[in-house]
Design a protein around this ligand. Structure first.
Ligand code: AMP
Ligand code: MG
Length: 412
């Protein structure tokens, strides 16, 4: 059937599915980043290069989880209050005077060593103190309010696995285990290029038909969050010779090249032809919307992600194509954005055979579609919370249907 010409997805040819593209990325792109040891404080955001086995127990000793009284469980009457003599006083960081004798309680504080023999701590709120004596209400369980050595991390077990991108809590765990240095992957050098005769730097006065470069700022931000070294190579004209030159130099000096624009089928779309002519092109069209024209290939030995020019498409394909390439190059555990079920507040029609992403805001568990369309609309990103993901097989969506929602915090 003839398609209306305003459907820019009308022309034929096979499109690669997003799952197949992802599989191809991990098959073709191998780790390049070697290993270095960095001080713990500098390891935030870096990719862990080795499994980390715990050299000690955390916590290192049995201790109290509350401020209260340490006793022997067997000294307590299960049916009525028990009064015990309280002798020792054990503060955090200090040794108990000795083992806890039968029939005796010890005043104890949070984090303090549990004296030998004690197997339960009663919160001070549940006790009555009268001089040397303390009276304890019945009803406590053996082991209550105690923390056992190694219950958080046991000596010898793997606390963190290779490939993990280290977050603040990971640094806390490594510190608790006593590490001062961490084995991480070398940072990747990523060359970032915008293309287009109409594209100008912010700050430049715009002539007729010109726009400011938005993509390089979106993409540099995304790259910096992934902990790579961004080599900003500015804007390259829609000129095959200039583009080839820029790509060749970037390939020689980087682990990965990311471009935006110029990957469609227009006569001024030179990125795809440059890859095809001077390297290898693995795919250039994906069965997704927005973002169908997106190229993956290599120039020399350096992989390249050729993202589309429209900012929304550039951001989405960064998440779907460029990010997996970075993970493969950096030996990082692949990130899988989680989807959450929400209720669509809108109707939608689509074609089968492609996955579509609809920008939406969340109102409780209702997803409201952004009121303007177009993959170039920057406010459709700044004023929404994420994307509703509509699978290939769906052709229409009715309001009230349960759909998958990917928040931007998961996607990028
Ligand atoms: P292209 O993929 O080069 O055909 O570009 C598609 C659309 O995205 C065009 O409207 C371009 O003007 C726009 N575009 C390309 N590069 C950028 C950029 N760096 N920042 C903002 N918009 C861009
Ligand atoms: Mg262009």
């Amino acid at each position: 059937m003839a398609q209306l010409s305003d459907d820019c997805f009308a022309f034929g040819g096979s499109l690669l599915g997003i799952d197949a593209a992802r599989a191809m990325i991990f098959e073709r792109v191998s780790p390049v980043a070697g290993i270095e040891r960095v001080p713990l404080r500098q390891s935030l955001g870096r990719t862990l290069a080795e499994d980390i086995a715990a050299p000690i127990n955390v916590p290192g000793y049995d201790n109290s989880a509350v401020d209260g009284y340490a006793v022997r469980f067997d000294d307590l009457d299960p049916a009525r209050p028990t009064t015990l003599r309280c002798v020792d006083r054990i503060a955090a960081g200090h040794d108990p005077a000795g083992a806890l004798a039968p029939g005796i309680a010890a005043r104890i504080f949070t984090g303090a060593l549990l004296p030998e023999g004690a197997d339960v701590v009663i919160m001070q709120e549940d006790c009555e103190r009268d001089g040397e004596r303390v009276t304890i209400r019945p009803g406590i369980k053996r082991g209550a309010n105690t923390r056992r050595a190694g219950e958080d991390v046991a000596h010898g077990t793997v606390a963190l696995t290779a490939g993990r991108r280290l977050g603040p809590a990971d640094l806390g765990l490594l510190a608790a285990l006593g590490f001062v240095e961490v084995p991480v992957r070398r940072k990747l050098a990523v060359a970032l290029i915008s293309t287009g005769d109409e594209v100008r730097e912010p700050g430049e006065l715009l002539g007729r038909g010109q726009i400011h470069d938005a993509n390089r700022y979106i993409l540099a931000g995304l790259l910096e969050r992934l902990g790579v070294d961004v080599s900003d190579r500015g804007i390259v004209r829609d000129d095959p010779a200039k583009l080839n030159d820029a790509l060749r130099r970037a390939a020689a000096e980087s682990d990965l090249i990311i471009t935006s624009g110029g990957v469609s089928t227009g006569e001024e779309d030179h990125v795809r032809t440059a890859i095809a002519n001077h390297g290898s092109l693995y795919f250039w069209r994906l069965a997704i919307k927005p973002g169908r024209p997106v190229a993956m290939g290599q120039i020399g030995a350096t992989p390249l992600a050729g993202l589309p020019g429209n900012p929304v498409a550039a951001l989405l394909t960064f998440a779907l194509v460029a990010r997996p390439m970075i993970e493969a190059l950096g030996a990082a555990t692949p990130h899988l954005a989680r989807r959450f079920p929400v209720v669509a507040d809108f109707a939608y029609k689509k074609k089968t055979g492609r996955r579509e992403y609809v920008r939406a805001s969340l109102d409780g568990n209702k997803a409201r579609r952004f009121h303007k369309e177009g993959a170039g609309m920057l406010t459709s990103l700044t004023e929404t919370d994420g994307l509703v993901e509509l699978p290939e097989e769906i052709t229409r969506l009715e309001p009230g249907a349960v759909v998958d929602f990917v928040p931007y915090s998961e996607l990028i």
